[in-house]
Design a protein around this ligand. Structure first.
Ligand SMILES: *Cc1c(COP(=O)(O)O)cnc(C)c1O
Length: 445
C-alpha cells in the first residue's frame, strides 16, 4: 500500500522537502542601512573610538530596561568581566550548567576561581534549581544561569536559592537576547547579565559582547576590568577603583571595533520585529508536530508571558522510548534523506572535557580546576543524570512565516517518526557520543 510519497526517501521514496529560498534561513538580516552605518565608521577611521559604542550601550540599556550597559570586543570577555564584577576571585566557586558552551564558565580559571557543574531540567534544558543546594560549599560565590538555546531558565526557583544562600547571580543571555520570563526581560533577574552579540547569535553585530546591570558598583567594576581608557572619574564613581585609573584591572583590552557598534545600533531598531516573525514561524513548526511521538518541543507557553526571543539555534527533545528505542542517529539519517540535515546532541557536557579534569595551565601543584580550591570540586561532577542522558536534535531555524515550506519540513519529521518501526529493523545506528564543543564554525572553511 505504501506509494512513493509514503515511502521513506532513505529507502527510495520521494523526499518530503523541496527547495527552500535561502532568505528563509538567512541571518542576520542586513540592509543598506547596516552597510552605510559600517562604511561611515570605516571612512572616518573611527574603528577604535568609543563614542559610537557608548551610544549603542545607552540604546541597548534602554531597550533592556537596565540602568547600565558596557560593551566588549566579544561575549567571552563580557562574561569574564561580569564574573570579576561579582567578586569572583582565587578559590571561589561558580555554579554553572555542564551542558553549555565553554564561555559560560571557563574564564573563571583566569580569576583563580573554579566551576561546579549542576544538572539541568529535562524540559527547559537550563540549570535545575533543585540541584543547586548539592553544589553549594563554603566558597560558593555565584550561579551562572544560561538561558540555553533561547529557553528562559527557571528564574523563580534559581533566585529563591540564591537569596537563601546569599549568592550572586549572573545571567548568560548569549542565546536569548530580548527573551522574557513571565513578562520580564531575561538579563534583569540576576545581579548582572552578560551576552555575546557575535554574528552567529540571535542579536548579531559581528564580534561583540555586552553586560547589563542596575548596579553602579558592578558596572564600574565590569568597566574597569577591560576598558583602560574609560577607567577614570568621567565614567566611574567607585572610589577604590579610581586608585588604579587608566589601567585595565583584568590586564585585558575589551574595546569594541566600532563598525560592530554601528551595526548593533541598526540591528537594535529592527530586532524585536524580526524576532516576532521568527517566533511565529517556529511556533507554527512545532504546532504542526504537536501529536507526533518521540519529538518534544523545546519551547515555552507564550501565554505565561515567557518567550524564546529569536529562537537561537533551536532544538527539540528526543523521546527514544516513544519510538520503540529508535536511536537518534537513525532518525537523523532518515531525516537527512528527506532533505533536512540536523545535528544531534547539542553542546557536549563540559565536565567531560579534560580541561575541567587534569589540565594544569598555571603550572601549580594541582590541576587548574582545583589550583586554589578548598575542595576537589571534580567529585561533584556526578551525578548529572539529565545532562548525561538527555537527547536533543537541532531543527531548522526559520526566520519568516512560510506556511508551505515550514509545512514540508514538519511533514518530513512526521514521516520519519511514522516509520520508526521500519527504521529500527533496517537502519544502522551510529551510537558514537553525539554532540559538539561548539556550534559556530566559519561557513567558508
Ligand atoms: C557565544 C557564547 C558566549 C561567548 O560569546 P563570544 O561572543 O563568542 O565570545 C558565551 N556564552 C554562550 C552561552 C555563548 O553561546
Amino acid at each position: 500500500m505504501a506509494n512513493e510519497r509514503d515511502q521513506l526517501a532513505l529507502f527510495g521514496g520521494t523526499p518530503a522537502i523541496g527547495p527552500a529560498p535561502e532568505e528563509l534561513f538567512r541571518w542576520p538580516i542586513t540592509t543598506r542601512e547596516d552597510e552605510d552605518a559600517i562604511l561611515e565608521v570605516f571612512r572616518a577611521n573611527a574603528q577604535s573610538g568609543t563614542q559610537i559604542t557608548e551610544q549603542f550601550e545607552r540604546e541597548f540599556a534602554a531597550w533592556q530596561g537596565a540602568r547600565h550597559a558596557v560593551a566588549y570586543c566579544n561575549g567571552t570577555l563580557a562574561v569574564e568581566a561580569a564574573m570579576y564584577a561579582c567578586g569572583l576571585g582565587a578559590g571561589d566557586e561558580l555554579i554553572c550548567p555542564s551542558k553549555t558552551y565553554w564561555a559560560s564558565c571557563l574564564q573563571a580559571f583566569r580569576l583563580g576561581a573554579t566551576v561546579v557543574f549542576a544538572d539541568i531540567e529535562p524540559d527547559s534544558l537550563c540549570i535545575d534549581p533543585n540541584d543547586l543546594e548539592r553544589c553549594i560549599g563554603p566558597r560558593t560565590k555565584a550561579i551562572m544561569v544560561v538561558h540555553y538555546l533561547a529557553h528562559p531558565a527557571n528564574m523563580d526557583g534559581i533566585m529563591a536559592v540564591a537569596r537563601r544562600h546569599n549568592l550572586r547571580v549572573i545571567e548568560d543571555v548569549s542565546h536569548a537576547q530580548g527573551g522574557l520570563y513571565k513578562g520580564r526581560k531575561l538579563g534583569s533577574f540576576g545581579d548582572i547579565a552578560a551576552m555575546s552579540l557575535m554574528i552567529g547569535k540571535s542579536f548579531a553585530t559581528g564580534e561583540m559582547g555586552i553586560i547589563v546591570t542596575d548596579s553602579r558598583e558592578l558596572h564600574d567594576r565590569a568597566l574597569a576590568y577591560a576598558h583602560y581608557e574609560r577607567n577614570n572619574s568621567r565614567y566611574i564613581e567607585t572610589e577604590d577603583l579610581l586608585a588604579y585609573a587608566s589601567m585595565p584591572l583584568g590586564g585585558v583590552k575589551g574595546r569594541v571595533n566600532q563598525m560592530c557598534s554601528a551595526m548593533g545600533r541598526v540591528q537594535l531598531k529592527y530586532y524585536d520585529q524580526r524576532c516576532a516573525e521568527i517566533r511565529q514561524a517556529m511556533n507554527l513548526f512545532w504546532d504542526l508536530l504537536a501529536d507526533v511521538p518521540g519529538l518534544k518541543a523545546h519551547r515555552v507557553d507564550e501565554a505565561s508571558g515567557s518567550t524564546m526571543a529569536g529562537w537561537y539555534c533551536p532544538h527539540g527533545i528526543y523521546k527514544r522510548d516513544e519510538l520503540g528505542g529508535l536511536p537518534l542517529s537513525c532518525f537523523a539519517e532518515a531525516l537527512k534523506a528527506e532533505g533536512c540535515s540536523i545535528s544531534i546532541g547539542g553542546n557536549l557536557p563540559l565536565h567531560t572535557h579534560p580541561i575541567f579534569q587534569h589540565y594544569n595551565g598555571m603550572k601549580t601543584e594541582k590541576p587548574t580546576r582545583i589550583a586554589f580550591a578548598e575542595r576537589d570540586v571534580r567529585l561533584l561532577d556526578r551525578p548529572l543524570p539529565v545532562t548525561e542522558s538527555i537527547e536533543i536534535f537541532s531543527i531548522p531555524w526559520f526566520k519568516h512565516v512560510r506556511h508551505d515550506i515550514i509545512g514540508q519540513y514538519a511533514a518530513a519529521f512526521r514521516k520519519v517518526a511514522a516509520h520508526a518501526g521500519q527504521l529500527r529493523r533496517q537502519a544502522r545506528p551510529d551510537e558514537s557520543q553525539p554532540g559538539r564543543w561548539y556550534f559556530y564554525a566559519d561557513p567558508d572553511a
